[in-house]
Design a protein around this ligand. Sequence first.
Ligand SMILES: [Zn+2]
Length: 156
Amino acid sequence: LSRDSRHNRQTVKLGRIPEASSAAISKSMKGNGGRNTRLELRLRGALARRGIGGFRCGLLVEGTRVDLAFPSLRVAVMAHGCFWHNCPTCRLALPKTHKGYWRRKFMINRARDKRVRQRLTEAGWRFGEVWGHEVDDDLQSAVVKIEKLLTPRNLN
Ligand SMILES: [Zn+2]
């Protein structure tokens, strides 16, 4: 952990995750938390079908578990669930109850995503984020987005 994230953890007390206030939110909470999410699995499947290999899931890079890491190319891809990472495109409404909790939670998640992006980029990794809605709406485009990261610009 960086000093920054430790500091964050100590000063922001979130307490327990409140009960999901609706079935839809409950579904997205289950779908998007933790390792090997539905999102990651769909992406991995699509990459495999496209013949793209050489990646590892959950590899520790610069103190961060990277969802899809291509170590030999120094490419890191994070698969972000739209709910947990408070997707700027989907702009999902805050859950109806415990709004204060969710506001803080999403603020912390977004700040962490930003730090991770900065840390990996500074360490010389090409960094990409794939959002849940991209995988759900157009899986092929999400794969192409990753493919572009894998191809250094000077070889185009
Ligand atoms: Zn989204």
